[in-house]
Every structure is written in structure tokens, then in C-alpha cells.
Design a protein around this ligand. Structure first.
Ligand SMILES: NC(=O)C1=CN([C@@H]2O[C@H](COP(=O)(O)OP(=O)(O)OC[C@H]3O[C@@H](n4cnc5c(N)ncnc54)[C@H](OP(=O)(O)O)[C@@H]3O)[C@@H](O)[C@H]2O)C=CC1
Ligand SMILES: CC(=O)N[C@@H](CCC(=O)OP(=O)(O)O)C(=O)O
Length: 346
């Protein structure tokens, strides 16, 4: 059995990790980490875990934790993982960080967009960006995984086949994205109260959202060119889900059929990326609770642009599910272990 510890198990992403790992036949959760609920029963924080989790919450002592487990998930705010990780820790356990601390390779870019000083830049280079569809082989050998952001996962997987094929102008990409409120975490914030979110939809972080450099960096690697995007996230009144609609100028004359073939080839071996039939638009309701990303593409011949669409569950493929997918690769397990639950509907 793989022994797992979760720092931040009392947040939304952490709770989703608990839910998924409880159904994973090769994993035993040994450490339910928290900051505010130390010594309290985990099931008193999340009643859905009543009679399923008898454990008591513990703190975030990573040095102690790494004596007791094989893998540590950090589902904590930006800056925490980088302040805890050390050579000693990495020599003993695998670390999968759900925050952004190790996603961006250039430390100045991280510090500029996140507004905080990086606490352990010496580990940025070795950290592997945990997008399994692209970095599978590197992930298998890693000690430290930077689990991708929710918007970046959905945006990147929607655009990736055309970026890689060199068919779109990488400075013309516009990503319009929408997220349910669980994306903002469980912490109390006025902006996330029911009356503030319900019956309304708004853009936020316009031209300043911290996921912009992450998406640009990954698209640059995929295309071999510098990607510069406009990224606009929106908050929508639903619990879970991310929807991406991305636009780009085509740089060659290609037919819809040719483009569909590129997507089919890119994703035919991918268990968790579902390339939909022509004309079917991805919807968050068809992926909720699952590790699937649904994508589709449409050429607008009139404007010579292409529209790339994606939908996924921000807490599963956008966070905990992707983290478990990474863990499976790190421990030589089938990548899909514990992750084949079908989407929930209605
Ligand atoms: N929500 C989402 O859709 C996604 C989230 N992520 C990332 O996952 C991480 C967690 O996000 P999310 O679950 O939404 O956030 P939440 O606010 O819901 O949860 C944060 C968790 O971190 C714990 N925590 C906060 N500060 C500390 C600290 N100083 N020491 C130890 N533990 C601490 C909290 O403990 P306590 O409850 O005891 O206060 C809680 O368990 C973030 O980095 C986020 O960017 C990534 C992709 C998607
Ligand atoms: C709706 C909402 O507020 N979403 C969050 C992003 C989700 C998240 O937690 O960020 P990471 O994926 O980088 O970890 C935000 O915009 O800041």
C-alpha cells in the first residue's frame, strides 16, 4: 500500500483528494493535514466522510510527515509548499504540490504574477509540470510534481493539438474561461457569498490573472514559439466546472476535417481527454465529478479563425484527479487507477 499524507486536506481540493483516494485500492491515507482543525475529527469538518474517515486532523509538519508516508500532497495556498520542502523531505517522499509554487520555471515571473517571494527556488528546475498527457515519462522519474492549475489544464488541453501542429498564430490566442465557485477555495470571502455569486456572472483578473504566464509557458513549449495570450476568467454561479472557449488565427488553409484528424491523433491514446463528435459543444455538466476533459474544435472559415473548446471539473482533472493521475505514474501504477468514475449527472 502507498501511504499518503495530505497537507490542506480540509480545503476543497484536499477534500476531493480524500474522496478519490478513499476509492483507490493501492492507497491508505495516513495524515489528514489542516491548519484550523488540528486535533478535530476530519468527519466533523466534512460530514460526507462520517463513518468513512475516523481520523483526526494534524498540522503541517512536513519533516515528521515524511517519516510516516510515501507521498505528500500539498493542497495549500501559494507559497506554503515552497516554504516546507527540503532536500531531506525530497529524499524520503514524493511531493505533489497542487499550488503554483513550482509550475513556472522563471522565478521572477512567479514572483511578479503571484506577488510573493519564492521560498525554495533551488527546486524549481527539477520539479516536473504534472500534465500527464504531455510529460508522462518525466513524471515517472520525478521527486517533485507541480500539479497544473485548473484553468491552465483546461485551456492547454483545448489548444494543444493545434499549437503543436504549428497551425495557429501563437500571439493571437484568446482564452475565455469560466469557473464554478469551488475554484476560489473554501475560505470565507465576501465575493464568494451566495448573494454575491448567485444569479450573476462576472469577469475578474482581467489581463492580470496569475494563470496567464502558466498557460503561455506551456503553449510556448508545445509550439516551439513564444505564446502571448489574452486570458479572461469569469466566475459563474455553479459549484464545480470549468468551461474554456479559445480563439486563434489560423496560419494556413486547413479544413475542418484536417483539424479534426489532428485532434483525433493527439488524443486517441488519452484515457481522460475525450474528443467529442463534430458539432457537439463541451459542457461542464457532462464531466462533473470525473477526471475527464471534453474538447472540441470548430473552424470559422469566414474569419479564418479556429474556436477551441474544453470542459472539465476544476476539482478533479483540474486538481485532485490530476494529482492522483500523477501519483499513479510516480508509483508505477496504471495511470487510471482510482480515476475511472463516470461523471455525475444530474
Ligand atoms: N479549488 C480549486 O478548484 C483548485 C485549487 N487548486 C490549488 O489547490 C490549493 C488549495 O486550494 P483550495 O482547496 O481551493 O483552497 P481552500 O482554501 O479550500 O483550502 C486551503 C487548505 O489549506 C490549508 N491551509 C491554509 N493555510 C495553511 C497553512 N498556513 N498551513 C497549513 N495548511 C494551511 C487550509 O487549512 P484549514 O482548512 O484548516 O484552514 C485548507 O485545508 C491552492 O494552491 C489552489 O491554488 C488547484 C486547482 C484547482
Ligand atoms: C474561481 C476562482 O477563483 N478560481 C481561482 C483559480 C483556481 C485555483 O485554485 O488556482 P490554481 O489552479 O492555480 O491552483 C482563481 O481564479 O484564483
Amino acid at each position: 500500500m502507498i501511504r499518503a499524507g495530505i497537507i490542506g486536506s480540509t480545503g476543497y481540493a484536499g477534500q476531493e483528494l480524500v474522496r478519490i483516494l478513499l476509492g483507490h485500492k493501492d492507497v491508505e491515507i495516513k495524515w489528514y493535514g489542516s491548519r484550523s482543525y488540528i486535533d478535530q475529527a476530519y468527519a466533523s469538518v466534512f460530514q460526507n466522510m462520517f463513518q468513512l474517515v475516523p481520523d483526526i486532523c494534524k498540522g503541517e509538519d512536513l519533516e515528521q510527515l515524511c517519516e510516516e508516508v510515501d507521498v505528500v500532497f500539498t493542497a495549500t495556498p501559494q507559497g506554503l509548499c515552497s516554504s516546507l520542502v527540503s532536500e531531506n523531505v525530497l529524499s524520503k517522499v514524493k511531493v505533489i504540490d497542487l499550488s503554483a509554487d513550482f509550475r513556472i520555471k522563471d522565478v521572477d515571473t512567479y514572483e511578479k504574477w503571484y506577488g510573493i517571494k519564492h521560498q525554495s527556488p533551488q527546486f524549481i528546475k527539477e520539479a516536473v509540470y504534472g500534465l500527464c498527457e504531455v510529460n508522462r515519462e518525466k513524471i515517472k522519474k520525478a521527486r517533485l510534481i507541480a500539479n497544473p492549475g485548473c484553468y491552465p489544464t483546461c485551456s492547454f488541453l483545448s489548444i494543444y493539438p493545434l499549437a503543436k501542429a504549428g497551425l495557429i498564430d501563437m500571439k493571437s490566442v484568446i482564452v475565455d474561461a469560466k469557473s464554478g465557485t469551488s475554484g476560489a477555495g473554501r475560505g470565507a470571502k465576501v465575493a464568494n457569498l451566495y448573494c454575491e455569486v448567485n444569479e450573476s456572472i462576472k469577469a475578474y483578473g482581467v489581463a492580470t490573472h496569475r494563470h496567464t504566464p502558466e498557460i503561455e509557458e506551456q503553449l510556448s513549449y508545445a509550439s516551439g514559439q513564444e505564446a502571448v495570450i489574452n486570458f479572461t476568467p469569469h466566475l459563474v454561479p455553479m459549484n464545480r466546472g470549468i468551461l474554456v472557449t479559445a480563439y486563434a488565427n489560423l496560419v494556413k488553409d486547413v479544413t475542418e476535417e484536417e483539424i479534426r484528424k489532428i485532434y483525433e491523433d493527439a488524443y486517441k491514446e488519452e484515457q481522460f481527454v475525450r474528443f467529442l463528435n463534430a458539432g457537439v459543444c463541451p459542457e461542464t455538466r457532462w464531466v462533473e465529478g470525473s477526471n475527464y476533459v471534453d474538447v472540441n474544435v470548430k473552424v470559422d472559415e469566414r474569419t479564418h479563425r479556429v474556436i477551441m473548446m474544453g470542459a472539465m471539473d476544476n476539482l478533479v482533472k483540474g486538481a485532485a484527479g490530476q494529482a492522483v493521475q500523477n501519483m499513479n505514474l510516480l508509483f508505477g501504477l496504471p495511470e487510471t487507477e482510482g480515476l475511472l468514475m463516470p461523471p455525475v449527472f444530474p
